[in-house]
Design a protein around this ligand. Structure first.
Ligand code: FMN
Length: 190
């Protein structure tokens, strides 16, 4: 059983967060969730689902939800051991703040902690196009050991639905944490 922190920001792609949390819990892992203020708004807009209700309805003792301004949360400290952190989707605002070490909300602080402790940290950055500022901040994160997984479909797998595309991305994210899953199919050649 792994313990994974999953952050969500106000970037488009809330469904990636939803699928990640559902899959981790389904597989029996412990999940610590933190959502930015805008994440909750975009989640409701994109999925027609209230973020708090979604978490509540998961009805899992393995799900822990922290408030974005709760710096007393366990995940704000490096002494709380985890197996890593995923931010899905990650806005350019949050990318910039993490790259500059602002630590001014719990999600950004938790990412700062994971990076300083050299733990696996994966972000799914969502913006199009990327500006030079975005790319410089992403480079800073990559050079700090962050695994950058853009939500780019593997078209060669011939996805039929949005869910197929999301599963590919989430499967790849879980692979990075060595979490067995059946979401991502591997290319087996032709
Ligand atoms: C519907 C919607 C979609 C958005 N999509 C993106 C996006 O894909 N990428 C991004 O960087 N910002 C996006 N934004 C803007 C962010 O929500 C905004 O920059 C916010 O300040 C991010 O703050 P946070 O990182 O604390 O969540 C979107 C906003 C809305 C309302």
């Amino acid at each position: 059983m792994k313990r994974i922190v999953v952050g969500i920001t106000g970037a488009s792609g809330s469904i990636i967060f939803k699928r990640t949390v559902e899959e981790l819990l389904e597989l029996g892992h412990e999940v610590y969730v933190c959502a930015s203020e805008y994440a909750e708004q975009v989640f409701e807009y994109e999925l027609d689902l209230n973020f708090r209700k979604f978490c509540f309805n998961l009805n899992s003792a393995k799900l822990h939800v922290s408030e974005i301004n709760d710096m007393f949360s366990k995940i704000a400290s490096g002494s709380f051991k985890t197996d890593g952190m995923i931010i899905a989707p990650c806005s350019m605002g949050t990318v910039g703040k993490i790259a500059n070490g602002t630590s001014d909300n719990l999600l950004i602080r938790a990412a700062d902690v994971h990076i300083k402790e050299h733990r696996k940290t994966l972000i799914i950055p969502r913006e199009a196009p990327f500006s030079t500022i975005h790319l410089q901040n992403l480079l800073t994160l990559s050079q700090s050991g962050v695994y950058i997984l853009p939500p780019v479909p593997a078209f060669y797998m011939k996805p039929k639905t949005v869910e197929d595309i999301v599963d590919q991305i989430v499967g790849r994210a879980l692979d990075y944490f060595d979490i067995e899953n059946s979401l991502k199919r591997s290319w087996e050649g032709i």
